[in-house]
Design a binder for this molecule. Structure first.
Ligand code: NAP
Ligand code: MG
Length: 505
């Protein structure tokens, strides 16, 4: 059975958002909002597929100008000579401004990406403000070390050896569309704290919140050229990744483009960190509280409509609990309220674009053709929303490890539920993927949970929870999920070089 109730009315758009959307957006270079070299492109609301704004289409020449500005700001500008404490104060100010404008950001994010405005408020925007504040706190705490040294070829001589952590320089940051504002924060927070200057390239589907963030960055008082934002398509991302005057590139997105970024970095051997996809195992043991773990597993896949790199898309359920857990998740799935992100009772909005809808529906069709049995969620919204990029959330049973829906990242609301009996075999199956971003474990047996956590090859393991994020806790991939870590003091390492200084005494 599927639900067919009419979607609720969206909330009124905040006047500041209406005013923002009515402007033609420009790109930010050297503290100035300029026309983009490639004209403009339209941005749509994925709930209706209607155009909501026109945004600057950056040209590769704009990237050259942005890199020059970032280089000047790094080499000559006040940024690197500012004390860490002064940089920290700017980050605190930015966090305050984001909180002052929280509702605007939540609505922009919902209109641009399709996610529920309630989620954008509680997660995306709140985490973004905390993220900048967290890194503001690190800015005056980046310390080196003194190292006892005694080279054998100068017996008796004394030296002072100390290390200094210095910013890596000009950084290109390329981000995806699933958490547009938060990904900008994840990238910029650590880079700015470290004293780097930045060229940010938002995803073409969701450039709006990054532009608004750029406005607040200038309002907060960051010096010109420290943050440059060039909206546009993949070609400007490619130019940035290959640019010889960029010292480091940080990327989050698809594995396919991740490979291209690494190849493009070879020219000047720039530093690279990449955060790519996942196919995260989520393991429910029969000894867990099955109601809690079923709700947990449901949220693990359907949060942000499954458009989460860590989504719990491979659900392993201990044999004796399999039927009950699948039934519980199936029942919840059938009741999901699909609707526009701007309606307060929407549980799942549209996917970000028609391309993603087609891609995800292609996987759902393949899953059925290859012999899987899908429990399918609510009917698609009609009327005003008939053109929206909605997909029916789906829970697959009767799958095997060879199916594309089990092997490949779908990046949508689709989960494969598989039974298991033996923990060692389960660990092997959980690790039977090129990815290694995250995993979940649901059990009351603490020893078993820690043993399995140690067997799983993934950058994050959640026990009796899932998709937990905090600015203080590192996040990133093993294997082909990428390298480098976001968040925590670990992310600072992505943006710092270590200098060793020797003093003969
Ligand atoms: P994508 O192509 O990897 O896009 C990510 C970012 O890279 C965007 O800003 C994109 O610009 C830019 N880009 C594209 N081609 C580039 C190039 N050759 N060099 C440098 N930058 C380039 O991701 P997508 O096409 O939006 O999504 C495809 C799939 O990627 C999804 O279905 C999902 O599986 C995966 N994905 C993963 C994550 C994650 O968090 N790990 C996030 C999003 C998507 P444009 O926007 O202009 O293309
Ligand atoms: Mg792409």
């Amino acid at each position: 059975m599927t639900t067919t109730e009419a979607p609720s009315q969206p909330i009124d758009i905040h006047p500041a958002v209406t005013a923002f959307l009515s402007r033609t957006q420009k790109i930010l270079i050297d503290g100035e909002w300029r026309e983009a070299g490639g004209g403009t492109f339209n941005v749509e609301d994925p709930a209706t597929a209607r155009t909501i704004s026109a945004v600057g289409k950056g040209a590769t020449h704009d990237i050259d100008l942005a890199v020059q500005a970032a280089r000047r700001a790094f080499d000559d500008g006040p940024w690197r000579r500012m004390s860490g404490r002064e940089r920290g104060r700017l980050l605190f100010k930015l966090a305050d401004l984001i909180e002052e404008h929280a509702e605007e950001f939540a609505q922009l994010e919902s209109l641009d990406n399709g996610k529920p405005v309630t989620v954008a408020r509680a997660a995306d925007v709140a985490l973004t403000a905390e993220h900048f504040r967290y890194y503001g706190g690190w800015a005056d705490k980046i310390e080196g070390e003194t190292i006892p040294v005694a080279p054998p070829y100068t017996p008796g001589a004394q030296y002072l050896n100390y290390t200094v952590r210095e910013p890596v320089g000009v950084v290109g940051q390329i981000i995806p569309w699933n958490f547009p504002l938060l990904m900008a924060a994840w990238k910029m927070g650590a880079a700015l704290t470290a004293g780097c200057t930045v060229i940010l390239k938002p995803a073409e589907q969701t450039p709006l919140s990054a532009i608004r963030l750029g406005e607040l960055i200038m309002e907060a008082g960051f010096p010109n050229g420290v943050v440059n934002i060039v909206t546009g398509f993949g070609d400007v991302g490619a130019h940035l990744a290959a640019h010889d005057d960029v010292d480091k590139v940080a990327f989050t997105g698809s594995t396919e483009v991740g490979h291209k970024i690494v190849a493009a970095s070879a020219g000047n051997l720039k530093r690279v960190t990449i955060e790519l996809g996942g196919k995260s195992p989520n393991v429910v043991f029969a000894d867990s509280d099955l109601e809690t773990s079923a709700i947990g597993a449901f949220n693990a896949i359907f949060f942000n409509h499954g458009q989460v790199c860590s989504a719990g898309s491979r659900l392993f359920i201990e044999g004796s609990a399999y039927d009950e857990v699948v039934e519980r998740i199936g029942d919840l799935t059938k009741k999901i309220k699909l609707g526009p992100g701007m309606a307060l009772d929407t549980q799942m909005g549209p996917l970000v674009s028609s391309e993603q809808r087609e891609r995800v529906n292609g996987y759902i069709d393949a899953g059925h053709k290859e012999g899987g049995t899908g429990i399918v969620g609510s009917d698609l919204p009609q009327g005003d929303l008939a053109g929206g990029h909605f997909v029916r959330p789906t829970v697959f049973k009767n799958v095997n490890p060879d199916m594309s829906i089990v092997r490949e990242e779908i990046f949508g609301p689709v989960v494969c539920a598989m039974p298991f009996d033996d923990v060692e075999e389960l660990a092997a199956q959980a690790n039977n993927t090129n990815y290694g971003l995250a995993a979940g474990i649901w059990t009351k047996d603490i020893g078993k949970a820690h043993r399995l956590a140690s067997l799983i090859r993934a950058g994050t393991v959640w026990i009796n929870c899932f998709n937990m994020f905090d600015a203080a806790s590192p996040f990133g991939g093993f294997k082909q999920s990428g390298y480098g870590r976001e968040m925590g003091h670990h992310a600072l390492d992505n943006y710092l070089e270590t200098k060793s200084v020797w003093v003969g005494m």
